[in-house]
Write a protein that binds this ligand. Structure first.
Ligand SMILES: O=C(O)CCC(=O)C(=O)O
Ligand SMILES: [Fe+2]
Length: 320
């Protein structure tokens, strides 16, 4: 990708500015989070240079004030990933925290799972009963993706609460797609802006999460939705790239070989380490990400070790 590589040098300075802006936003967060009352003062710290913010000193097992909820929501949109460490949540209290962000989705059906729990709750776990997995996304590495991009209305935000974690690996990596757009070489920008891409997924518990759909033949039951490759975030107004290695199949209206080459260059740019934060889980971590401005992936881990996170997803924002 010679174009991209040479242009990368030119935009490295811009990336430094983006990171400085993220750091400055983190430092200002406790003063006046965007769109929130100045009275909602929160104790925050950045998760990394690339993205993410941690909020300290709140107990999510109790209801939080509306102003605090609004401030937290604004911090999520600005920083893409928000962590509240050290929580003790059951299904009901995690659902209540999720509902501060919007209406919750029901995704068990995507994985062919029985509805043995609250319909808004899904467990990402490698637990087995009678030799069968009982949860979703049980094991192994997962390539970068954005949740339910293959639906007309994708998942707005995804929240995981850490119940059991392996001693090594099983980290979740996030890539900042605001910065990916801001630093995208002009040559690629011009070729994707105004275009849509087809996002495709073969649902099921046995899906291979390291098989890019652009390089495999999706089955007849695959779910598909086209979305703009560049989307402005409705709350921040900032543009973000909306495509991902795992589920973006092709660019609509472009010859397939051209689309394959362009997507390969785009994915490489979107996943640059400088844009990423790798989260190493600690029990009690309650972490939510905004699928409109961040991609996520998972590192491999020993399938012999237990890993269990409780998952709640937000479909649409609602007024608080
Ligand atoms: O297990 C993880 O770390 C992430 C799983 C995932 O992609 C998801 O919950 O949407
Ligand atoms: Fe995911």
């Amino acid at each position: 990708m010679p174009d991209g590589l040479s242009a990368w040098g030119a935009c490295a300075g811009m990336l430094v500015k983006m990171i400085a802006r993220h750091r400055e936003n983190c430092m200002n967060a406790s003063a006046t989070p965007m769109g929130a009352s100045p009275t909602a003062r929160l104790d925050t710290s950045p998760l990394s240079e690339a993205l993410g913010i941690a909020v300290h000193g709140i107990d999510l097992s109790r209801p939080i004030e509306r102003e605090v909820a609004l401030a937290i929501r604004a911090l999520l949109y600005e920083h893409c990933v928000l962590l509240v460490p050290g929580q003790h949540l059951d299904e009901a209290t995690q659902i209540r925290f999720g509902e501060y962000f919007g209406e919750l989705g029901h995704t068990l059906g995507d994985y062919g799972l029985n509805n043995r729990t609250h319909p808004a709750v899904m467990y990402v776990t490698n637990e087995k009963e009678n030799g069968q997995y009982v949860g979703a996304l049980p094991d192994g590495e997962m390539f970068f993706h954005s949740d339910r991009c293959y639906m007309p209305q994708p998942t707005l935000a995804t929240m995981l609460y850490a119940i059991d974690i392996p001693s090594r690996g099983g980290n979740t990596i996030f890539a900042n797609q605001y910065t990916a757009w801001d630093t995208l070489p002009d040559a690629i920008r011009q070729r994707i802006e105004g275009r849509e891409a087809m996002n495709t997924y073969d649902p099921g518990i046995h899906a291979d999460n390291t098989a890019p759909v652009s390089q495999t033949a999706p089955s007849a039951k695959a779910l598909r939705a086209a979305h703009p490759l560049v989307k402005a975030h409705p709350a921040t107004g900032r543009k973000a790239i909306y495509a991902n290695r795992l589920m973006t199949e092709y660019i609509v209206g472009m010859p397939r070989s051209e689309s394959d080459d362009l997507l390969a260059a785009l994915f490489a740019h979107q996943e640059r380490p400088e844009l990423c934060y790798e989260h190493r889980w600690t029990l009690g971590d309650t972490l939510i990400w905004d699928n409109r401005c961040v991609l996520h992936a998972r590192t491999n881990f020993d399938p012999g070790e237990a890993r269990k996170l409780r998952r709640v997803v937000v479909n649409v924002e609602r007024a608080l």
